[in-house]
Design a binder for this molecule. Structure first.
Ligand SMILES: Cc1cc2nc3c(=O)[nH]c(=O)nc-3n(C[C@H](O)[C@H](O)[C@H](O)COP(=O)(O)OP(=O)(O)OC[C@H]3O[C@@H](n4cnc5c(N)ncnc54)[C@H](O)[C@@H]3O)c2cc1C
Length: 278
């Protein structure tokens, strides 16, 4: 009887050991198979420009190849990269940019860049041709996002400030287990200045209950149905989630807009933990 008992214990121990070995092997394969990111926070790495698509007279989409077709950039949601180039005098310039692609887009990353006539890095991007390499370092940024960390985000974007918002909104909406609502107000000077409009409108029609975008223009075309002028307190009240401990308002725009938005938000009763500026 004792011998039978001890045999049973032995068999059980072997079974437990086999399960443990199986789990460890599965974990090893998961960890080693999981694609690693291509960025280095300490050193610049070179990436090849494989496609340049002009989107308007001063905006272009730059597609950079990653080392292999299955590589991912490895940029956490809401963070950005530092790009290094040379200005028109040959001096080094380093500026932050947020890719519009996510780690679900393998083999490449995209930057949507607005090029200003006198801009130093703008000059570098204007001159950059397919086949050229650009030096990139990262990830960088204070914003950390976990799915469902808030009930809703309000987003106040101006001009190229749309790129971090677009990245965060895409990540939320494309994750089936993330239930966060996203309410975006996007300000520009003219209709032609609106970046990623088709992509934003697609998000709004694909996720009507979870994503909305309200465009505001300083110089609207005739028959414009969106907002007019600068983003006002009333627009924020109508189009963003009301102050609450489980919401957050993100803002990214030119410094005067950020300053004006901070004042509006404070007077509407949003407290510091509810606010984040990229
Ligand atoms: C986190 C973060 C992410 C960013 N992501 C992007 C992105 O994805 N795409 C992108 O295009 N930019 C992005 N930017 C802005 C970018 O970093 C540069 O500031 C921008 O490209 C201008 O750099 P520049 O060297 O060409 O111009 P600068 O030499 O700095 O400026 C020269 C002149 O250009 C004009 N100018 C520059 N910036 C602005 C502006 N915002 N509004 C109006 N006029 C301006 C002004 O006339 C200015 O005097 C981001 C910024 C931050 C902080």
């Amino acid at each position: 009887m004792d011998a039978l008992q001890s045999h049973r214990v032995e068999m059980l121990s072997i079974a437990v050991a086999l399960v443990a070995i199986g789990a460890a092997t599965a974990y090893y394969f998961y960890v080693t198979k999981k694609p690693k990111g291509c960025l280095d926070p300490e050193n610049f790495k070179e990436f090849k420009l494989v496609k340049r698509t002009q989107l308007s007279h001063n905006v272009a989409l730059f597609r950079f190849a990653l080392p292999t077709p299955t590589s991912v950039l490895g940029l956490p949601i809401g963070q950005h990269i530092s790009c290094r180039g040379k200005d028109s005098h040959g001096e080094e310039v380093i500026k932050p940019y947020t890719p519009t692609t996510l780690d679900s887009d393998v083999g490449h990353f995209d930057l949507v860049i607005k090029m200003y006539p006198q801009g130093r890095m703008s000059h570098y991007f204007r001159e950059l041709r397919e086949g050229d390499y650009m030096a990139v370092k990262g990830p960088k940024g204070r914003f950390k996002y976990q799915p469902n960390q808030v009930r809703a985000f309000g987003m106040l974007a101006g001009g190229t400030g749309i790129t971090p918002m677009f990245q965060v909104a895409r990540a939320i909406l494309e994750n089936p287990s993330d239930k966060t609502n996203v309410r975006l107000i996007y300000a520009n000077v003219t209709y032609e200045d609106i970046l990623l409009k088709e992509d934003l409108d697609n998000l709004a029609s694909n996720f009507p209950n979870r994503f909305s975008v309200y465009y505001v223009l300083n110089q609207p075309p005739e028959g414009w149905e969106g907002g007019i002028g600068f983003v006002s307190k009333e627009m924020i009240q109508t189009h963003c989630p009301a102050p609450a401990s489980d919401i957050q308002i993100l803002r990214c725009g030119p410094p005067p807009m950020n300053k004006a938005m901070a004042a509006h938000l404070e007077s509407l009763g949003y407290s510091a933990p509810m606010l984040f500026q990229f």
